[in-house]
Design a protein around this ligand. Sequence first.
Ligand SMILES: Nc1ncnc2c1ncn2[C@@H]1O[C@H](COP(=O)(O)OP(=O)(O)O)[C@@H](O)[C@H]1O
Ligand SMILES: [Mg+2]
Length: 365
Amino acid sequence: MTLPPPAAALRPHAEQSFAEELAALERADSRTRPPGWRLSPWAVTRYILGGTLEDGTEITPKYIGARRVVEVAVATLATDRALLLLGVPGTAKTWLSEHLAAAIAGDSTLLVQGTAGTAEEAIRYGWNYARLLAEGPSEAALVPSPIMTAMSEGRPARVEELTRIPSDVQDALITVLSEKTLPVPELGTEVQAKRGFNVIATANDRDRGVNDLSSALRRRFNTVVLPVPATVEDEIDIVTRRVADLGRSLELPEVPTSLAEIRRVVTVFRELREGATADGRAKVKSPSGTLSTAEAISVVTSGIALAAHFGDGTLRPADVAAGIHGAVVQDPVSDGVVWREYLETVARDRDGWDDFYRACREVSG
Ligand SMILES: Nc1ncnc2c1ncn2[C@@H]1O[C@H](COP(=O)(O)OP(=O)(O)O)[C@@H](O)[C@H]1O
Ligand SMILES: [Mg+2]
């Protein structure tokens, strides 16, 4: 299943991008591996958090945050309980889920994207109707869902945005998770999950509550909450690393990214999110958007593209101003007021923020 990265893939899967790291970990890993796992829980955790192996291989950190969070997630997957990663948008739920699947099975592609329109076939199985009509129900006419494939191959399946899936469809997961089997009454058979099967789900605790998860289903999951970065330094670290990774993979021209510019984007986002200035002295109104770490990453990345192609090759306040404006002002009326108030009461008089203030004023008119 794991193919080498096609040179032109816009976004290779984690197991492709980090194939060398995964191979080095596999060689170095002498600990017990749970049935069906390519790596031990220790090595999976090392892959996620980064570090240097005895043979000198550098493992880059994927998730930046508390070790315990990752250990609990990995330990859960080594049991027969499924894992639910919960948090506000942009806390790396999807990111962590992909890397967990890549490290455990070398395959992060067995994925169900949860939406209001997700049907039961996406969780159980569907039919190739041409064949079904021609031959009647048969193994060849059956189209397995990613979950069914994960069960029969003994790998983890990922379910994105679980709570957006209608409840009756979610319930199809209950049998899968409790009985570890998926009956196919049309064929009089069932698929029994092989060891190594598990489910990694993500859910957003912003758009709809986790209460929408039926209690029967909820009991099948261990919930791990991914927090927003605790300190401004942590968040700057995440943004800096991810921006560098993204710039490399998009092959953006090298732009000296001033740390000061990243710090400013992160500071603005945090102050607006938290409703107070970093020193705690002044209150600030919060806009309607989430202003997540993920959005800070994309503001800086687009700033770099602007600087490289249209600017003087250095990331300047004017290169991030438009991106920040777009992230903050989602509702042109109410958020526009909040943003202008922030600019006038906080940004204008801050030391070293003159250029930034002017650039933002220009964008917001
Ligand atoms: N703690 C973190 N460590 C590493 N990357 C992070 C962290 N928080 C956010 N990110 C980055 O933010 C981006 C978006 O995360 P994503 O997984 O899509 O968020 P979610 O699914 O929680 O909405 C990813 O590119 C990820 O690298
Ligand atoms: Mg997500």
